[in-house]
Every structure is written in C-alpha cells, then in structure tokens.
Design a protein around this ligand. Sequence first.
Ligand code: ADP
Ligand code: MG
Length: 269
Amino acid sequence: MTSHEIDAARLTLALNELRLPAIKVLWPRFAEQADKEGWRAARLLSALVEHELAERDRRRIERHLAQARLLPGKTLETFDFAAVPMVSKAHVNAITAGDSWIGKGDNILLFGPPGVGKSHLSSAIGLALVENGYRVLFTRTTDLVQKLQQARRDLALESAIAKLDKFHLLILDDIAYVTKDQSETSVLFELISARYERRSMLITANQPFGAWDTIFPDPAMTLAAVDRLVHHATIFEMNVESYRRKAAERRKGPGRPPQTASPVDMTAD
Ligand code: ADP
Ligand code: MG
C-alpha cells in the first residue's frame, strides 16, 4: 500500500465516523480535479463542505416529507386555479412562502362543499411549505382526535399536544366530520387553545361555523374555539361546483348517452 492509499483509507473511515457521507463519496473526484487544476486548498475544502450541506438539506426535507403524511400526487402544479376563482394563485404562492404568517401562528380556513378541492389544495400548500423548509403534518381531524383522546386516557394529552409543536403547520382535514362522541372530551379545543397565536393550523370544513356545534361539547366552547381560530386567519370560501363531479361529466362527454347504456345501443346505428 502506498502512503497515498493509506491516507485515502484513513480518510474514508474518518468521514464515516464524522457522518459526512457526501464528502466521503465526492472527495476522490474533487481531490483529483484539484490536483490537476491546481485549486487552492480553501477552494477544495469549501466545495466539499457545500456539497455536504446541500445533501443534508435534501435529506432533511425528505425526512420532513415522510413525516408530513401529505396526500400523494396533490400539488399546486396539478391544482386548477381557474376552477376556484375566489382562490388566487398569487395569494396561495404568497402563503407557501410562509414567513408572513407561520411565524406568528396565524391560521388558514378552507370552507366548501365536498369535491371542490379542499383536501387537494391544503395538501399541496403543505408540500410547498415543506419544500420551503417548514414542518407540516396533514391529518384527518377524526384520526387526530382519536389519537388525542387515547392520550388523554393515558394521562398524556398535554405532552401529545406539545409534541405537535414541532410542526409549524397542522393541517386538520374535515373538521366537521368530528362526531358527537369525539367532541365530549374536547381534546380538539385543548389543541386549538394550545396552538393559539403560537403555531399555525390549516383547517378544512364542508360546514360553515354555524354548523360546528357537533364538533365541540357545548355552544360556549364552540364559540371560544371559532374565536381563536379566526382571530388571525385567512379564510377561503370555495363555494363552487364539485370538481370531482365536473371531471366525471367531462369524461362522459356532452350529449352522449348515460353510462348505463345497454349493449343494444352498440348495435343500434
Ligand atoms: P374536497 O376535499 O373539497 O372534498 P378534494 O380535494 O378531495 O375535494 O377534490 C376531489 C378530487 O378532485 C381530487 O381528486 C382532487 O385532486 C380533484 N380536484 C378538486 N379540485 C381541483 C382543482 N381545482 N384542480 C385540480 N384537481 C382538483
Ligand atoms: Mg376533502
């Protein structure tokens, strides 16, 4: 073994130990180029370190994406803004930059009937925020309520809510689907109170506030919850026709017979 080979073997071991995988992979090629082109030592070092940092960022975002449990395939690129004129693309782009509202714990509320793209849009906003370095959790509200109720039974509600603090944005999809038995222990109210003015929430609902009485144990608590949610909130009312239904109608095409057409239709000319 030449001394050069010994150096290389040692370096590889040390980079493993230091957990610098990008530098471990890249250094031989970079070192060769540096030797050939006569780079100054500082240039070689900074090139290697830059790559390690970029790789670290990439891995972190990958980890945050896995934790976010977003809906697969729902992106802003695939969202047709023309279908919801009350939601402007520019406004949503400003939202996904994050800084003006997420730091203050402001909220976003999306209202609208089923099929208008509330889940799609909220997951897509979540995705863009993760890509911009924020931490997000997307969950059906009833699933989270169930988990928090279990935590309360285990006398661990406070720490369960505190654990959610690591997420800059909590997306609660379909809050109005919370059932009466889930509302009795009001874990959702505890969550909303705990995050108030500190950590953001994005909530979707197919019912306006007036119909939120089933979500919380009593009207006073409903009022208090709504009050906290709207205090610093952007509200989008997506009152349009169901995108799902419109898309289905487009597939069928105009003027064609309904899908229940019998085989007889095929022979009729
Ligand atoms: P909601 O949550 O309001 O019930 P979804 O987000 O589940 O609606 O949307 C229903 C389906 O229609 C999904 O497949 C979604 O991707 C699609 N969709 C809804 N609105 C749009 C839109 N504006 N652009 C593209 N796809 C949309
Ligand atoms: Mg939905």
